[in-house]
Design a protein around this ligand. Structure first.
Ligand SMILES: O=C(O)CCC(=O)C(=O)O
Ligand SMILES: [Fe+2]
Length: 330
């Protein structure tokens, strides 16, 4: 029978254990001096807050857009340095000692699931002491009574790897996304509407990442990472989960499309998803190269929820295609 040690060794965490760089990150406590003073102040404000807007945390919390995407300075440069060094060390160890890397999701080929390398307790500590107190005030429905799980991972973009991320929603109740570096241009994050709302595919905001600064938003918010122009960007993402909310009938109804609203009008071009949207090619000449090998199952907008003029858009596209095809073949 396998002993605990041999089982551990076979996990990514076990394989990486002998090669760790900063043991302090693996002790399970997010130390208070790693939190940016602005974050400490926001958490303090939430302790007296109720869920009415007059008692919501104010500065140094920034409301990025009127409807619920918030940003704030999250980590000190000391913590950013510790974490980025650990991640770089893991990538190097993975290559040198053949430690497998599980990618965070099907859309990201170069990230790493930090929970699997032994950092789950650290993130849980940060979640309980910082993310939950803020989220329960900003997003009471999704964060009450508590967060009891998370999927936490690194995303990475650079010229010869993933350039960006298609428009999507997260399998998360509340998403925390903090930039860890490095130097880059482009790579903004574009926000559109809430899943199932009439404005689901209407542009609302473009966020510019800054190292150490985070955003907090509902997982059900449509967003996508715009292509990076130069350099490399690395972010830590925490998908916070609340099992009580997920077991509720309200959550299930939302997930199953009950209350899904008819789209209010033509979608914003920047909000279209090549993975999810049936009308993507009505607005773009082609799929991006990276999407051409994917098995896509577009579903949006669902039948009956299309905006006025949807069929005309698809027909106009088909007509354009017919006149263009012979030229393409030259
Ligand atoms: O690159 C980013 O800032 C966002 C990544 C993201 O939305 C995701 O991984 O779900
Ligand atoms: Fe996301």
């Amino acid at each position: 029978m396998a002993t605990r040690t041999t089982v551990l060794k076979r996990t990514i965490e076990g394989l990486y254990r002998p090669h760790r760089k900063h043991e302090i990150l693996f002790q399970g406590t997010f130390q208070s001096h790693w939190a940016h003073p602005d974050l400490v102040e926001i958490v303090k404000q939430t302790q007296n807050a109720t869920t009415t807007s007059s008692t919501m945390p104010s500065a140094p919390l920034t409301v990025e857009i009127p409807d619920s995407v918030y940003s704030f300075s999250a980590f000190t440069s000391e913590f950013v340095k510790l974490l980025t060094e650990e991640i770089a060390n893991f990538y190097a160890a993975s290559e040198r000692f053949d430690i497998p890397i599980h990618r965070p999701n099907s859309m990201n080929k170069y990230g790493v699931v930090v929970n699997e390398i032994g950092l789950r307790p650290l993130i849980s500590s940060f979640q309980q002491d910082y993310l939950w107190p803020i989220s329960k005030v900003l997003f009471p429905q999704e964060a009450t009574p508590k967060f009891d799980g998370h999927h936490s991972f690194i995303v990475r973009y650079q010229a010869d790897e993933d350039l960006g991320l298609d428009m999507h929603t997260d399998d998360s109740d509340v998403t925390f996304n903090v930039c860890l570096g490095e130097t880059f241009t482009g790579s903004t994050l574009t926000f559109c509407g809430e899943f199932g709302a009439a404005n689901h595919r209407q542009y609302t905001h473009q966020y510019h990442h800054q190292v150490g600064r985070a955003i907090l938003h509902l997982g059900s918010r449509r967003h996508g990472a715009d292509d990076i122009d130069t350099g490399r960007r690395m972010n830590l993402i925490v998908w916070n989960h609340n099992s009580v909310w997920r077991a509720s009938s309200q959550y299930r109804e939302l997930k199953h499309g009950m209350g899904y609203q008819r789209e209010q009008g033509l979608p914003s071009k920047v909000c279209l998803s090549y993975t999810h949207d049936v009308d993507y090619l009505a607005y773009h000449d082609d799929l991006p190269e990276r999407a051409k090998t994917l098995q896509l199952h577009p579903w949006c907008p669902p039948p009956g929820m299309e905006y006025e003029g949807f069929e005309d858009q698809l027909r106009a596209k088909d007509k354009k295609k017919k006149t263009r095809d012979p030229v393409d073949e030259l």
